[in-house]
Write a new protein. Structure first.
Length: 213
């Protein structure tokens, strides 16, 4: 795609790229520089880069197997320094990510100091069927974490307000839908046990809050 745009400029095109941003920095840096050149040379009108990240800390590395926080953080800083891109976070809200979302909100605020970025969130799909669906728990399990995220979210720009509206809608849905379902909770634990067996990991060390009931 980059080679195509180098040879065939589209100065009115808004190009959107979604990435988990965990390629080695030495691999991703020249790619980002080429994209930056396309924007600087007016071969593309705008370049949006949305990065997939759901929470922060060990929970993020566990739920997105292969994700490495140090590489992501380094590449995110590189992306921000180039300043030619419209950057956004793309987050899937699950039962496993909510407790560590406040840590991501703190990182988000740190990144926004250097360059204003946007944040798009959505509930895990298909709702009420996924093993990661948070509605199988009572809302009280997530209440304090969700409140912390809300308090940390900036509330100034149009993007900020759009994020807040989306987040408020998700919280409202969780308040209405969350209900303890011990059978589905047991299914989640069984999934995690199987996951640990395959990966040689220990979910109980990461999700200490996760108990049946």
């Amino acid at each position: 795609m980059i080679e195509y745009f180098e040879q065939h400029p589209h100065p009115d095109l808004e190009f959107n790229l979604v990435t988990n941003l965990i390629l080695p920095t030495k691999v991703i840096e020249p790619i980002l520089k080429k994209l930056r050149d396309l924007k600087q040379q007016n071969k593309l009108k705008r370049i949006d880069i949305q990065v997939s990240v759901d929470c922060w800390g060990p929970a993020q590395e566990y739920t997105r197997h292969g994700f490495m926080l140090d590489i992501f953080d380094r590449n995110m800083e590189l992306l921000i320094e180039m300043s030619e891109f419209r950057i956004g976070l793309l987050s899937t809200i699950t039962s496993l990510s909510i407790p560590s979302m406040p840590e991501l909100a703190q990182k988000y605020n740190q990144w926004c100091i250097k360059q204003k970025i946007f944040w798009y969130m959505h509930l895990v799909l298909p709702n009420n069927k996924s093993v990661f669906d948070p509605t199988m728990f009572d809302y009280s399990v997530f209440a304090s974490s969700l409140e912390s995220v809300y308090n940390l979210l900036p509330k100034e720009t149009w993007d900020d307000k759009t994020t807040l509206e989306s987040f408020d809608g998700i919280v409202s849905k969780l308040k209405n839908k969350c209900k303890t379902d011990l059978i589905r909770q047991q299914g989640l634990l069984q999934y995690l046990d199987t996951n640990d067996y395959r990966r040689k990991t220990k979910w109980k060390d990461i999700f200490s809050w996760l108990t049946i009931g």
